[in-house]
Ligand binder design. Structure first.
Ligand code: GLA
Length: 719
C-alpha cells in the first residue's frame, strides 16, 4: 500500500511485514523509516534523529545534507558521504541539487532494456535540478506478500547540453544508527558464495565485480544485520541487485553515527553521455527487512524471488530431473556412449537427458568450435535426431548445452568475423579457456546469435537448454560504440545480454532454460528473471556443496539452485562421500545426475528410482517451502537445512556430518518453522514430537553413529 500524507509531506509504503517512509523537507527527499510495520501514531521524527534537528536549528530553513538521512544523495551540495548519483556537466561541474517536484503511481513498472521484478504497486517520485538541467525519477515498488521495497532510478537530461553520468546507483539506504555487521558473499570458481560477516566501520567498505558479470568472486548481495542478530532473531536489512554485469555495493559508517548502503552499476571506469532529452535507467535493487534474523532475511529474499522475479510459468512447476553427460564423458562421446546413459536412465525417474558441451562445430576439446552452432558431424554423423529419438523411446526429454556469447579463434565464425570478438585496439585479445567473448553490444552480433541458437531450437525437439558462459570479459572496447562515449561497455554488455535473453529465452516459452556460468559465476536476480534455476557450482562434491548451497541460500531460494549427484572420487577435489549423502545434498534443489549411469555400481543405481520418487513427492518443499538453516557448515562440524511447507503440514530435515569428532559432543538440532501447537510424525523413525518440542528442545538423534560425510534425512508430517 502506498500512502501520501500531504500535511507532513510523508510517503508511507506498507508491505507484508514492512513499513518504508520518506518525506519532503525544504524540497529534500529525506529517508524517514525502514523496518517492521509501524502506524500513524508512531513518531517518525525520532527515527530522523537529534543531529539533524539541532543542525537545522543553527541554519534556519536549510538542511545540512551531511547530517540527514537521504533517499537520493548526490555530491557537491554538502553531503560528503557516498552519493547515489554523480553527473558531470558540459563545464565540468559535478554539484547537483535535487528537489522534489512531484510523484505518481506507475502501472506495470519496467526499466528500459533491464529485467524488472513484477507485481506490487510502484511509486515514482521525481526530483529535479533546474540549474543543472537534470531530473531523477525514483521508483519504489511495494507488495503485499513480502517485506521488500524494490528500488530503481531513471536519470533524465532536461538541460540544453550533454552531460555525463559518472555514477548511477540504484538506491541508497540511510539507516539512523550503526550497530550493524555487514554480511557479503565471496568466493571463486567451484567455491562460490561464502558468507563473510564483519563489523561495519567508519568509512566506506565496498564489494564489487569488474568482470562484466556478477561473478563468483563476490555476489551482488549485502546485508546489514544487528550485532546480536543470528539465524532466527535480530533486525536485518538486505540489498540484492537485479543485475548481471559489473556492480558495486558500498557500506559507509558516517561520522554522525548513521550508516549508508548504496549499490548498483559499478562506477569503476564507467561514464555514460546523456544528450538533452535522453534518459538512463539504473537497474533494480531489492531491499529487504526482517526482524527474524538472517534466516528471516533469506526467506524474504526467497519469497520475493519466487513471487516477483522468476518466470511465473515455471516457478511452481515440477522441474526436470536430468542426467547430464558432462562429468560422464566430457568431450569424448559418440552415439554409443550417449545411448548407454540414456538407456540406463529409463525407469529411474530421471526425465531429461542433457547433452552438454562438445556437440557442435569442430569441438573435440575446448580449443575449437564455439560460435558454430551446427552439429559436429564427425562425432554425430546423423545429427542430434538419433539422440533425441533415443530419449523419446526411453521416455526422456532432451536438453542441449549452448555458450552463445563465446567464440573460439578456431571456428568458422571467428574466421568470417574476427572483429565480432571483443578486443581493444593494439592489443592481442586475451584468451581464457581458449576462447574470446563476442561483442553482444553489437546488434549484428546479437542477430547472428539469435538466429543460430533459435535455428537449432526450431529444427530439433529440444525441451531444455543450459546457457553457459565460461569466462570473464577482458579488453573492454567496442568498435560499434560512439567514439566519444566508450566508457559504458560493461553496462551495454548487460543490455545486449538481456536482449539476447528476450529474443531466445522468452521467444521459446516451451523450452526450460537453465543458467550457468562456469558453474555459479553469474548468479543474480537479473539472471533469475530469465532462468528459473542456475547451475550452482561446477563443484559437485557433496561436502563443498553443503557450503556452497548454504551460502547461496542467504539470498537465493533452493528452487533456483540446481544440484546434481556425481561420482566419487569427486572430479573437482578427489573427495569420497557416501552415495546417499550425495543424493541428500543434491535433493536440496532441482536435482539431477552428472555421471555415467551405465557404469554406476548396481547397488547405487538401484537407489536412484526410490530417491527420485521421494524427491518428486516433496518437490513442493524445494519449489515453495520455507528454508531454515539449522547447522552452519562453515563452523566445520555439520550442515543442516530444514525445508518446511508454508502451511506447516510437513517438513524435511537434511543433516550432514562434516567432521566426526571422536567422542564428540551431543547435537540436538532445534527446528523452528513447524507449527508449535501441532504434533509431527517422523517418517523415518515412527517417533512423534510436538512442534514446540522440536523448536525449543530439538530433535533427539544418534549423532555419534554418523561418520564423516554421512547424511541423515528426516521427514516430518503433521498428524
Ligand atoms: C562449464 C559448466 C559445466 C560444463 C562445462 C562445459 O564449466 O559449468 O557444467 O557445462 O562448462 O564446457
Amino acid at each position: 500500500m502506498i500512502a501520501y500524507d500531504k500535511k507532513t509531506a510523508t510517503f508511507t509504503l506498507t508491505g507484508k511485514g514492512v513499513t518504508y517512509a520518506m518525506g519532503v523537507t525544504d524540497g529534500v527527499l529525506e529517508h524517514r523509516y525502514f523496518g517492521a510495520p509501524i502506524g500513524p501514531s508512531d513518531d517518525l521524527s525520532l527515527y530522523r534523529g537529534e543531529a539533524a534537528t539541532s543542525f537545522e536549528a543553527r541554519v534556519p530553513g536549510k538542511l545540512s545534507q551531511n547530517q540527514i538521512l537521504l533517499e537520493a544523495p548526490v555530491y557537491g551540495r554538502g553531503d560528503y558521504r557516498e552519493p547515489m548519483l554523480i553527473l558531470r556537466g558540459a563545464e565540468g561541474e559535478t554539484a547537483l541539487d535535487l528537489a522534489y517536484t512531484g510523484h505518481r503511481i506507475v502501472k506495470d513498472h519496467k526499466l528500459a532494456g533491464l529485467p524488472t521484478s513484477f507485481g506490487g504497486e510502484t511509486l515514482a517520485i521525481t526530483l529535479a535540478d533546474p540549474v543543472r538541467g537534470a531530473s531523477v525519477d525514483l521508483f519504489y515498488t511495494v507488495c503485499d506478500d513480502c517485506p521488500v521495497i524494490a528500488r530503481s532510478a531513471r536519470i533524465t537530461n532536461t538541460g540544453k547540453s550533454d552531460c555525463k553520468i559518472l555514477r548511477a546507483y540504484s538506491a541508497a539506504l540511510d539507516l539512523p544508527d550503526n550497530g550493524y555487521d555487514l554480511i557479503t558473499l565471496y568466493g571463486a570458481w567451484a567455491r562460490e558464495r561464502t558468507p563473510e560477516r564483519t563489523p561495519i566501520r567508519h568509512g566506506v567498505t565496498s564489494v564489487d565485480s569488474k568482470r562484466v558479470s556478477s561473478s563468483a568472486s563476490l555476489n551482488p548481495f549485502a546485508a546489514l544485520v544487528e550485532k546480536a542478530a543470528g539465524e532466527n532473531a535480530g533486525r536485518c536489512y538486505g540489498m540484492a541487485l537485479v543485475y548481471s554485469s559489473s556492480w558495486k555495493i558500498a557500506c559507509e559508517g558516517a561520522q554522525n553515527g548513521t550508516t549508508r548502503l548504496t549499490g548498483g552499476i559499478n562506477d569503476f571506469a564507467f561514464a555514460k553521455t546523456l544528450a538533452p532529452g535522453e534518459s538512463f535507467d539504473a537497474p533494480e535493487a531489492v531491499l529487504v527487512f526482517s526482524s527474524e534474523g538472517i534466516g528471516g532475511l533469506s526467506r524474504a529474499f526467497h519469497d520475493y524471488a519466487r513471487a516477483h522475479i522468476v518466470n511465473p510459468a515455471f516457478v511452481n512447476k515440477p522441474r526436470p530431473i536430468v542426467v547430464n553427460n558432462w562429468e560422464a564423458t566430457y568431450f569424448d562421446f559418440d552415439y554409443e556412449r550417449l545411448f548407454a546413459i540414456i538407456d540406463a536412465a529409463e525407469g529411474t525417474g530421471i526425465d531429461t537427458f542433457v547433452l552438454d558441451d562438445g556437440w557442435f562445430g569442430a569441438r573435440v576439446n575446448d580449443s575449437a568450435g564455439l560460435g558454430d552452432w551446427t552439429v559436429n558431424r564427425n562425432k554425430l554423423p546423423d545429427g542430434l535426431k538419433p539422440i533425441i529419438d533415443r530419449c523419446h523411446a526411453r521416455g526422456l526429454k532432451f536438453g542441449l548445452w549452448f555458450e552463445p556469447e563465446m567464440v573460439n579463434p578456431d571456428s568458422d565464425l571467428y574466421r568470417a568475423h574476427p572483429d565480432w570478438a571483443i578486443g581493444c585496439p593494439g592489443y592481442q585479445p586475451l584468451l581464457s579457456r581458449r576462447q574470446l567473448v563476442l561483442d553482444v553490444t553489437r546488434k549484428d552480433v546479437r542477430d547472428y546469435i539469435v538466429e543460430s541458437v533459435n535455428r537449432v531450437l526450431r529444427e530439433n525437439a529440444i525441451d531444455y537448454v543450459k546457457w553457459d558462459s565460461n569466462r570473464n570479459v577482458s579488453d573492454l572496447w567496442s568498435s560499434a560504440a560512439d567514439p566519444n562515449d566508450r566508457e559504458c561497455f560493461a553496462h551495454e554488455y548487460a543490455l545486449g545480454l538481456y536482449d539476447l535473453f528476450d529474443r531466445i529465452v522468452l521467444a521459446n516459452p516451451a523450452v526450460f532454460f537453465e543458467g550457468c556460468s562456469g558453474g555459479g559465476s553469474r548468479y543474480d536476480f537479473g539472471m533469475l528473471r530469465y532462468f528459473p534455476q542456475i547451475w550452482t557450482s561446477d563443484d559437485t562434491d557433496a561436502g563443498m556443496r553443503c557450503m556452497i548451497q548454504y551460502g547461496t541460500s542467504y539470498c537465493y531460494p533452493p528452487s533456483a539452485m540446481s544440484c546434481h549427484v556425481s561420482v566419487c572420487p569427486n572430479h573437482q577435489n578427489g573427495r569420497t562421500t557416501p552415495f546417499a549423502t550425495r543424493c541428500a545434498v543434491a535433493h536440496l534443489g532441482p536435482t539431477g545426475y552428472e555421471l555415467d549411469l551405465s557404469k554406476l555400481p548396481a547397488e547405487e543405481k538401484a537407489q536412484i528410482g526410490e530417491q527420485n520418487a521421494l524427491y518428486r513427492r516433496d518437490e513442493d518443499l524445494i519449489l515453495s517451502g520455507d528454508l531454515y538453516r539449522v547447522a552452519d557448515p562453515f563452523e566445520g562440524r555439520a550442515f543442516g537445512f530444514l525445508l518446511a511447507a508454508k502451511d506447516k503440514s510437513k517438513a524435511a530435515l537434511t543433516l550432514v556430518k562434516l567432521f566426526n569428532l571422536t567422542n564428540g559432543e551431543r547435537f540436538i538440532p532445534r527446528l523452528p518453522g513447524l507449527d508449535p501447537a501441532a504434533d509431527y510424525l517422523v517418517e523415518e523413525t515412527g517417533a512423534t514430537f510436538r512442534g514446540s518440542t522440536l523448536a525449543e528442545i530439538g530433535l533427539p538423534l544418534d549423532w555419534k553413529a554418523l561418520r564423516d560425510f554421512d547424511a541423515a534425512v528426516y521427514h516430518f508430517k503433521r498428524i
